[in-house]
Design a protein around this ligand. Sequence first.
Ligand code: BGC
Length: 732
Amino acid sequence: MNEEQIRDEMKKIKRNPIPKRTEEEINLFVKDLMSKMTLKEKIGQLYQTTHDGAAITGPSYDASQNKRLINEGMIGSFLGLYDNMDIYRLQKEAVEHTRLGIPLFFANDIIHGCRTSFPHNLAMACSWDPQLIQQASEVVAYESSHSGINMTFSPMLDIVRDPRWGRVMESYGEDPYIGQLYARAYVNGYQQGDLTSYDSVSACAKHFIGYGQVEGGREYNTVDMSERVLRQFYLPPFEAAVEAGCEAVMTSFNVYDSVPSTANKFLLRTILKDGMNFSGFIISDYTSSSEIIAHKVAKDMKEVAKKCMEAGLDHEMVSNAYIKHLETLVNEGQVSEHLIDDSCGRILKFKYKIGLFDNPYKNVYLNFEDYWLTDDNRRLAKEVALNSVVLLKNDDVLPLKSKKIALIGPLAKSIQVIGPWGGKARDEDCISLYDGLKNKFKDGIEINYSLGVDYHEMDEAIYQEAIDSAKQSDVVVLAMGEQQWMSGEAQSRANIDVPPVQLKLLKDLRKLGKKIVFVLFTGRPLDLRVVEENSDAIINAWFLGNESGNALADILYGDFNPSGRLTMSFPYIVGQIPVYYNHLNTGRPYDPNDYYRSKYNDIPNDPLYSFGYGLSYTKFSYNSIQFSQDEEGVTVQFTITNEGEYDGADVPQVYIEAKSFSVSRPVNELKGYKKVFLKAGESKNISIKVKKKDFAYYNIEMKKEVENGEYLVKLARNSQDIILSTTIFFER
Ligand code: BGC
């Protein structure tokens, strides 16, 4: 068929409503279909590949056989397609030119925006606003489903404690409580409780599990953690995602207890499928099944197929051990056909549930771009951007009063502010900081712009020009940090400082005695000691997506009062990593008056900016604080007042600390918070409840229980700034 004919056919694609089926109806359909399938065809459903053999995030492979494989029913799904005509062609091949006409499904990495670009995920997490993230996820779902995508490889639910790891920008940070809230928000936003809808997309929670703890922050590295740490910290977000009905879970590249996740029966069967009653399907990460050979737990691809199938892996991404070897393994009696039936059944159920058997061309439109980047979506992107920004320092300089500013740095005029995993977003749809200020004030602002330095290099003349711009201005605004691709997959860094040439310029500008506002662009927490010493204010702008410049202009001039709070600590220095708020105590906790204590001799123990931290342009006071306890748990009540001149939101947080338990527990565990918006001068009565069951922890018998005993309950501004605490007891 030529292109014109395909276009004509695509124009006829309908949006017929897809019936919602009961579990029983779905099972019956799948049972009937599977009774007609050969073993080989069932195995074919377990394979996901790329269209043209492109190397997406790993090795490329020979795709010359793809057409034949589709025709033989040997491909179940594709990843990484961005062209609807390609999707249409492949689907047509599967539906019209195979024995049973089973449709393919199409998956993609749509992580923090399809065409509308939201801030990266760690940035969004700093909003402490799951409702907002759910709304953003609905937009992501709408735009990606209308691009013919059935599943997004998101949310990424890895707990992260090491900013050297480039992928921290995909996560929501270091806390399992926050992780659970966001897991639900993403899944509900993507799936909208209705996968037959043309506006929703299926979620795939990843990476199961422990990937956030790669040793030394080095990508794809070894992980070693106790089962208690796994269950207590790393598992809860996945539990929340599964409870919310997440359709798929992706394994991780790392080992757990020396067995790669992708071939780890304890993880995939004992914990996920059996323990959590997960009824969706498990997909490997990109070639992570064949990588178990490099992990040295399989000698060849045949053993890969056997081990992964036995472990519970349903769908293989890119590696082809299943389609090459499972049939033989079953015929030799080495693998039970029941396992293949179970995996195939899970994939077919998914396809039927989302309506691919009713309409295999669901949302495969020619005019898909018409659904992208609407004004409403841009407005939401701006709201999310505003809420993601964290004010790290402000010595009486922000919001800016003067309109005569020097704007300096590689990110001042840059539109490369999407960050990694940008989906289909485009740089040209992004607003630079410079343009954001111009949009806001037109000619009412004097911006003395200079590049100053590039990310890593400098030119004497341009450097001097920056110094001159600063001299002519009332205040210096620096737009510096990481280039957007410096974080993301395969972007580990052993040094997490702002590149040295940028720091040199900062220090030289400091000598001029002007006020300095440092606007930090980054995918990860950085070592900010030099920035902190040499700036009057620091705005953590992360990478904010389409509306970056407009949002930052509002923040710089006080039209929006920053309310973001960190969900990942900023270490004091790289040597302190991992540093996270919910750590255990030591037997010799820090005491400045005692020598033999747990400390560094050259730096503080605490991070530079801790979990929960973030400043505001206004001041909030807390009064009439009361703690009360009943059968159901503990309630903290208080009055919060906005004492300053700016409207704004504060985020009071409640932490607990178990004083004696059968195992050592963290010094702080976040158990509740509220984001409270107050007009200048306004007061509100707030109540935050922590249920008794939320005091539970995996005890010495590896059971999640609330043990009797003493607990501290703390009302706090952040994990290090406790306003008031009280002791409570649970007794039998
Ligand atoms: C990443 C996954 C991603 C997959 C497909 C892998 O390298 O770890 O997060 O979904 O590639 O692009």
